[in-house]
Design a protein around this ligand. Sequence first.
Ligand code: ASP
Ligand code: MG
Length: 401
Amino acid sequence: MLIVKKFGGSSVANAERVFNVANRIIEDYKKGNDVIVVVSAQGDTTDDLIEKAAEINPNGASKREMDMLLSAGEQISIALLAMAIEKLGCPVKSLLGWQAGFETDSHHSIARIKKVNTERLKKEIDKKNIVIVAGFQGLNKYDDITTLGRGGSDTSAVAIAASMKADLCQIYTDVDGVYTADPRKVSTAIKMDEISYDEMLELAAMGAQVLNNRSVEMAKKYNVELEVLSSLEVKPGTIVKEKVKMEKTLIKGVAKDNNVARISIVGLQDTPGVAFKIFNKLAQYKVNVDIILQSVGRDTTKDITFTVPKDQGKQALEAIESIKDILEYKELSIDEDISKISIVGAGMESNPGVASKMFEALYDAGINIQMISTSEIKISVLIDAKYADRAVTAVHDAFLA
Ligand code: ASP
Ligand code: MG
């Protein structure tokens, strides 16, 4: 059996943990499996390197040189892990992204994997070597090192699993699986045995940062079944796959996202084309709009309210202000003290009453809802940020406790 394992930065943060990981790899290898391991940079290495770059050029170094710098973090961890495995007496070889065949596009710092040329990986596996691959990096067509974006090592692992047709892709982290809510905040949160790709994507997008979103998208595309499990304890984790068995619970999880700002434009003219002008301009400014609400027109005016990621709030205001003369609105404002609370579950589609149960739980907790949005597998509400944790617990307990 070919097993791909990915260990995150915290799992290899120091010598003791490196040996812990080495032992877990060797356990599978000694059972007769072929093992390819993807690792991230140790602990906070990537953040530390970013700080070092800022010491040299606070205004922002070029992305090419940033990739050159950041990829060094993973080079350190693959060598150390390989040394540990060597010391424990097993054949091993560490490979940088390019050596492992990672071809990417040229978008430095957020490169996309184009393909993995697997010859070298296959050669090492045929020689019965354990292979340790540097996550998060590849090579573009100009032979320059690229990186895949923060948290990109998950994607590296999935790409190898897909192109090597691995039997198992295990993502080890410092939590032991995917929970119905953040277990540090909600004491009644429980670990899920299984979750679908779509549900996982929704939860990840809302801040349940167990798996990198791109890695889940790729796993879905190539139908790679993932197992999320603890690197520190030996126990089953959560399986992420296409179809999961129907459970009696309709709702899989509750998540909060504090990275939201709400922008309101009051007193717009109630004429055709206003929404188009606004959102077209926002797109030009590369602002990601999430929930949109337009009021029913009264007299000759209407209001439009929408949410954006907090760090794009300023950008969004600039975009709107740039067409102030065309729009002739009365008032433009931003609120950053808000939070988005969402429930996710593939089962809610065919079940009425899910929304009302969520709203009831919030009502009972005395929390006012500012905006609502729904999709086939998700219902989100926008509330005052100071009630976020209370809201998550109330909603979670209404459905899942
Ligand atoms: N070391 C990189 C980061 O911290 C990649 C990863 O951890 O997956 O973002
Ligand atoms: Mg990291």
